[in-house]
Design a binder for this molecule. Structure first.
Ligand code: X8Z
Ligand code: ZN
Length: 666
């Protein structure tokens, strides 16, 4: 969540700090609304003023939001909701005033800034203050409840509760069909209480969107891409058609391996759909955790990064225990474990920083290391979902300096390791565009923001991983190449249809084509159609399965991640070219290459100041989204998968009848 995300996702505002810090009474409510345009203020002056006011109010907003995400309780929720309310009121005021300048002369920059202003939040709020307040409270509650979600069972009189992280671990590690099903169902049960609230949320943001002149909130979301909103659906369908054959091959191969492991009767549902709880991931969006089952050539050299990180943790633990002295008691042992967890998380982050620095980018400011949440605190609920924060737009070298942070609950796994690279991509984007006027401080589009760190992840080749001591010296063989490709495909290719279906669902919810009493049915229809997955037992409207994915209660648009999955290969190819590389695309790493670094930084520094098509052309020579570089990258794997799948009936039937409710055990 870079700062534009932050305002897009859950827009915030705050006044509480003034009370505790300097005992100033909060300003009266009417002063919170944007001051009316002064007499004779030109459009350019107006834009300059809101840029300044936005920057001035921003740190208070982000602090309230940070607190409510890292200390979930009634007080922090109240503060964040109130802050949110003030911010949305201010924004509505600005947008209303901006209308006065329609058709007036102004600089091209101001025109763009005013366009961006209208799209600054993904949560357009109704003008009616009571409804705006209700919306702000609902949004905070939805996200807080997701963060605090817990699945509890009574076990012989003892209550055993597990949160998302623990339940995800079951899917990642256990190969026990029933244990996985229980973890999957358990987590999904936590979303049920949010269903009504989400329905109301939809009504309120739609009202806000309509007041801004959009048909509904979904249309507003689609308006942020420097092209007509109605082209966004077809454009992303075009990309999906490009990559779908690759996904189908991966699906086919995966299903066959699952069949082998669990038996066809369990691993294949009607129509050839894969059971949702067997993909190693709560949302079937990333199949990396199935590596044990899907690894093409177990003897072609290990790529087990999780094992290497676990070893690093064990080393840190031994060091911490040694420090605690000979026979440490339970308490000292526990302390040593926490110390080792934190040390490992910091080391993983230093590793990620090192990649960016090798490209010529700056080191993260010292405050980053002080303010970041690296591991899950034990004494309170937090939103563990990873995010990146620009607290003050201070990376322009003026005033007090940058305050950028990430918030994660890091464990020593490959997935977390690459997520750190992803999050630092957001942070470096923030730092690069901090010198721009605040309204231009955002990604060229939101997909760009998500693609930065992921581009770096592609450059984490086996050779790079070996150079940082995480995997054995890579073998030069076809088998090793296929292994490396499979590793990337399990996170990158498996994700594609998920990246698309979430907002296909939300667009339908916002435009009314998906009615509140069809939320779950339509969710699973889209999952079947795009991903080829299905729940193992019927999921009727008593559930709210969409609500079990962070971005729905968190109201973060999701199309950005689909775009990023395509863009990252376009960026990667552009940077490989810039570095002078000329071998096969999948073997390129630009680690340490300053030319690539400069080209990347130049792109980041442009922020949202020009249409993304121009920014894309500067980096890649192409101004269209294009999955060709992704297909070029995966060409060896796609060939291999076709061979493996020979004789199989690939594909699936999405319209197969939903599974009947499971019979009650006697
Ligand atoms: O939400 C994220 C990031 C933060 S922007 C951790 N991602 C999506 C997800 O987890 O669903 C990254 C990949 C897709
Ligand atoms: Zn992200």
């Amino acid at each position: 969540m870079n700062h534009r995300h932050l305002l897009l996702a859950v827009a915030v505002g705050a006044a509480v700090l003034s009370l505790s810090a300097c005992r100033k009474p909060p300003a009266p409510e009417q002063e919170q609304a944007a001051a009316p345009a002064g007499p004779g203020e030109t459009a350019d002056q107006f834009v300059a003023r809101i840029n300044a006011e936005y920057k001035a109010m921003y740190p208070e907003l982000t602090s309230a939001q940070w607190l409510s995400s890292t200390y979930i309780n009634d007080d922090s929720s109240r503060v964040a909701a109130k802050a949110n309310e003030r911010w949305l009121t201010t924004l509505n005021g600005w947008i209303e005033q901006a209308g006065k300048y329609d058709g007036q002369p102004m600089s091209a920059d101001s025109r763009r800034a005013l366009q961006l202003l209208k799209l600054m939040t993904a949560m357009p709020a109704p003008r009616d203050p009571a409804k705006l307040s209700e919306l702000a409270a609902i949004a905070t509650k939805l996200e807080g409840d997701y963060g605090a979600g817990s699945y509890c069972v009574d076990e012989g009189g003892k209550r055993n509760c597990r949160q998302l992280g623990e339940l995800e671990q079951v899917l990642a590690r256990s190969r026990d069909y029933d244990a996985q099903l229980d973890a999957w169902q358990g987590w999904h049960s936590t979303a049920v209480p949010s269903r009504q609230r989400y329905q109301r949320f939809v009504e309120l943001v739609n009202e806000g969107a309509r007041e801004l002149g959009y048909r509904d909130a979904g249309q507003m979301w689609r308006s942020g891409y420097d092209m007509p909103a109605e082209q966004v659906g077809p454009e992303t369908d075009r990309l999906w058609q490009q990559v779908k054959p690759l996904y189908e091959q991966l699906h086919c191969y995966t299903r066959a391996r699952l069949d082998k492991n669990y038996g066809k009767d369990k691993a294949e549902l009607a129509g050839g759909l894969i059971p949702a709880h067997l993909t190693g991931n709560m949302w079937q969006q990333d199949w990396s955790n199935l590596w044990d089952m899907l690894q093409p050539y177990p003897d072609a050299g290990s790529l087990d990064i999780t094992a290497a990180l676990e070893k690093q943790y064990q080393g840190n633990l031994s060091a911490a225990l040694a420090k605690a002295g000979g026979d440490a008691g339970v308490e000292a042992r526990f302390k040593a474990q926490r110390e080792a967890e934190l040390a490992t998380a910091r080391q993983m982050t230093e590793r990620a920083q090192d990649f960016y620095v090798s490209l010529g980018m700056p080191k993260l400011p010292e405050s980053y290391w002080r303010n970041t949440q690296f591991i899950k605190p034990l004494d309170r609920n937090v939103v563990c979902h990873a995010s990146a924060w620009d607290m003050n737009m201070g990376g322009d070298g003026k005033d007090g300096g940058a305050d950028v942070r990430t918030k994660m609950c890091i464990t020593p796994t490959e997935e977390n390791f690459t997520t750190i690279y992803h999050e630092l991509g957001h942070i470096y984007y923030d730092l690069a565009y901090n010198p721009l006027p605040p309204l231009f401080q955002g990604g060229a589009n939101d997909g760009f923001h998500e693609a930065i760190g992921d581009t770096i992840v592609l450059a984490m080749t086996p050779r790079y991983l070996n150079s940082i001591g995480l995997v054995d010296k890579p073998r030069e063989s076809r088998e090793a190449t296929i292994n490396a490709q499979m590793r990337m495909a399990l996170s990158g290719v498996s994700f594609l249809p998920f990246g698309l279906m979430i907002d296909r669902w939300r667009w339908g919810v916002f435009d009314g084509s998906i009615k509140p009493d069809q939320y779950n049915q339509k969710w699973w229809e889209l999952k079947a159609q795009y991903q080829g997955v299905a729940p193992a037992s019927a999921r009727g409207e008593e559930y709210f399965d969409a609500g079990a994915k962070y971005h729905v209660p968190g109201n973060t648009p999701y199309l950005r991640y689909f775009l990023a999955r395509v863009l990252q290969y376009q960026f990667y190819k552009g940077l490989c070219d810039a570095s002078g590389y000329s071998g096969p695309l999948n073997e390129c790493s630009f680690y340490g290459n300053k030319e690539a670094g400069q080209k990347f930084w130049a792109m980041l520094s442009k922020g949202a100041s020009q249409p993304w098509q121009a920014t894309l052309r500067e980096l890649t020579g192409n101004d269209r989204l294009d999955a060709a570089p992704m297909l070029e990258y995966f060409a060896p794997l796609q060939d291999w998968l076709k061979q493996q799948n020979q004789g199989q009936m690939c594909g699936w039937e999405a319209s197969a009848p939903a599974p009947a409710a499971q019979p009650q055990s006697p």
